[in-house]
Design a protein around this ligand. Structure first.
Ligand code: ADP
Ligand code: MG
Ligand code: ZN
Length: 628
């Protein structure tokens, strides 16, 4: 809003002013004034004198101090009819007047329009006035706008840094796939709507609820839905907005926010990314951050300062509860933690249903199929997916979204924008071998996910891609599956190596190798899947920079470290040999598939398996399919 107003003003001012001048010019110029009541034909001064000599002129009206005349004369060219012309006169011409009088022409003179002069003066003043007024207005506004020039002057009183929505318009029905979270929060709605029910029995209404979950899972949406269901205002601010350059600004923002909220109770205060302010105090590289700590202290003070029953409930969101200061998690502050996890297949289906409500889907579209194809997608990803599909449908000028657009949109959300295919060349051949390498290893290993399609159409960073049908969100992955994944990921490099030789392998496998190394390392250090035995040697995330202390990281000796490296290496070596073996043993199938891939650019999984099965036996895959 602010921005658009400023832009409008900025452009509208000069346009208005220029428009005004043009308008003024058009109407107050005497020539135009004269032209209004006449035919617009012009006559030269010489011709006019000729006509005068010939006695054709009947009347002359002088305008503009005698510089323009409207002449009524008999036109010999059109049956001697009386016509009117405009004549530009050469300024002050007393003899002309005398001649006109002598020839008995009816003569009249019109004074220049006085109001024109008045307008002219006003017009001259108007521009600077508008300009100065406009600038003043802009300056006034921008001093309230974050980062504007007035910022430094009134940093103590922050304004408009938090948002208030009187009605969010979001209800629980708009949030799907996170049923447990919704159920827990249902109670919060009751706190807001019927606090008596709890206070009557002496219960203390919780002040803070912490929503914990990865980005895009619907935390913001959920908070809005609570406000929407309870019909209370929704104040929101992002944790990062508390943290400012000037010490004390964040704290004063917190104070402002709570003051406003108290005036509007009952209401919801939503603090997004609370980890930005709420991190462990005094931790992290370079020690604490004074400003952040002051802000956090202020937040704690405010939370303690109001009684639990004032009807303000603070909802905060974070995806890293582990870095939060423990003071925030104490009872009486954010004592309720609600996990908002990425949805499972059923949840994805429900979310798709929510977002399909306002979209036109063809009958053939099966939301179940989409839900199955998208393990790991969050609510935001799914919303984005349907939107991309809708955009694609509009671009293709279809009436309803079909499965074709949905598939294209899934690919796009997962792997990025489609590029133009390479022209046939040596590198295209090499990429084809690389992809077929992944696909054939994946197909021939019993524990690998089945191939969905292989394509040479570039997408995002990748020149070619092999898609595997992900098995349904598996909680537990076996050692055999991990080994198969590592072999499959090495299949591309293995094919390059087998077909083109050691010297020709390319950088194309860089990404694959990164994944391979990380999988193998985790097998050794986290999952106890190596000769080192069932030991956990590393925690899941190395939180070096954010919050936690970073010194006590290595919990093992140098000797163990080198044994870990040895184990990782042996896993990778084993899988690489397996991949190379599969490629070279099936060289004929690989060559044929590569030719086909270069010709068709995409081979789908069934056709791929069909061709492979003509050469060797393809193992049955055991795929878990959850009922939905
Ligand atoms: P977060 O705050 O967890 O990062 P958001 O609440 O901002 O995620 O979600 C972004 C968008 O994604 C929402 O506006 C909504 O359109 C969609 N979305 C996310 N999760 C869900 C869900 N569980 N149900 C329906 N829509 C969702
Ligand atoms: Mg959010
Ligand atoms: Zn690859």
């Amino acid at each position: 809003m602010k921005l658009s107003w400023r832009v409008v003003l900025l452009w509208a001012l000069p346009i208005l002013v220029i428009g005004f001048f043009l308008w003024q010019g058009a109407f107050s110029s005497p020539a135009a004034d004269a032209g209004r009541n006449t035919a617009s034909t012009r006559m030269t001064y010489g011709r006019f004198l000729d006509y005068l000599d010939a006695g054709r002129v009947m009347a002359v009206d002088l305008y503009d101090g005698g510089r323009t005349a409207i002449v009524e004369a008999v036109d010999p060219q059109i049956d001697n009819r009386v016509q009117r012309w405009r004549v530009d006169l050469p300024g002050n011409t007393p003899d002309l007047i005398t001649r006109l009088k002598d020839s008995n022409v009816s003569l009249d003179s019109h004074p220049p329009r006085n109001d024109g002069a008045l307008w002219g003066v006003l017009g001259n003043l108007l521009f600077p006035i508008l300009l100065i007024g406009g600038l003043f207005f802009l300056f006034r506004r921008s001093s309230n706008v974050p980062g504007g020039p007035g910022q430094a002057m009134n940093f103590g009183k922050s304004k408009a840094r938090f948002m208030m929505e009187a009605k969010t318009g979001v209800v629980f029905d708009d949030v799907a796939g996170i049923e447990e979270a919704k159920e827990e929060l249902q109670e919060v709605v009751t706190f807001l709507k019927k606090p008596e029910r709890f206070t009557a029995v002496g219960a203390r209404i919780p002040k803070g609820v912490l929503l914990v979950g990865p980005p895009g899972t619907g935390k913001t949406l959920l908070a809005k839905a609570i406000a929407g269901e309870a019909g209370v205002p929704f104040f929101s601010i992002s944790g990062s907005e508390f943290v400012e350059m000037f010490v004390g600004v964040g704290a004063s923002r917190v104070r402002d926010l709570f003051k406003k909220a108290k005036e509007n109770a009952p209401c919801i205060i939503f603090i997004d990314e609370i980890d930005a302010v709420g991190r462990q105090r005094g931790a992290g590289i370079g020690g604490g951050n004074d400003e952040r700590e002051q802000t956090l202290n202020q937040l704690l003070t405010e939370m303690d300062g109001f009684e639990g029953n004032t009807g303000i409930i603070i909802i905060a969101a974070t995806n890293r509860v582990d870095v939060l200061d423990s003071a925030l998690l104490r009872p009486g502050r954010f004592d309720r933690q609600i996990m908002v996890d990425p949805p499972d297949v059923k949840g994805r289906l429900d979310i798709l249903k929510v977002h399909a409500r306002n979209k036109k889907l063809a009958d053939e579209v099966s939301l179940e199929a989409i839900a199955r194809r998208t393990p790991g997608f969050t609510g935001a990803d799914l919303a984005n997916l349907l939107n991309e599909a809708a955009i694609l449908t509009a671009r293709r000028r279809k009436d309803a979204i079909t499965m074709g657009e949905i598939d294209a949109a899934v690919d796009r959300v997962i792997a990025g924008m489609e590029g133009t295919p390479l022209v046939d060349s040596k590198s295209k051949r090499l990429i084809a071998y690389h992809e077929v390498g992944h696909a054939i290893v994946g197909t021939l290993l019993k524990h690998h996910d089945p191939v969905q399609k292989v394509t040479l159409i570039p997408r995002g960073q990748a020149q070619g891609l092999t898609w595997f049908t992900p098995s349904e969100d598996q909680m537990l992955i076996s050692r055999a599956q991990l080994m198969a994944r590592i072999s499959g990921a090495l299949g591309g490099r293995a094919a390059e190596d087998v077909i083109f030789g050691d010297a020709e392998v390319t950088t194309g496998a860089g990404n694959d190798l990164q994944q391979v190394t990380s999988m193998a390392r985790q097998m050794v250090t986290r999952f106890g899947m190596s000769d080192l035995g069932p030991l956990s040697l590393e925690s899941s995330q190395g939180e070096v920079f954010l919050g936690r202390d970073w010194l006590n990281r290595s919990e093992y000796s140098e000797e163990i470290a080198s044994r870990i490296d040895g184990q990782v290496r042996s896993i990778v070596d084993h899988c690489y040999n397996e991949a190379k073996r599969l490629v070279s043993e099936n060289r004929d199938a690989v060559d044929r598939l590569v030719d086909l891939l270069i010709e068709k650019e995409t081979i789908d999984g069934d056709e791929f398996r069909q061709i492979v099965s003509e050469y060797t036996s393809v193992p049955e895959k055991e795929q878990l399919v959850t009922q939905i």
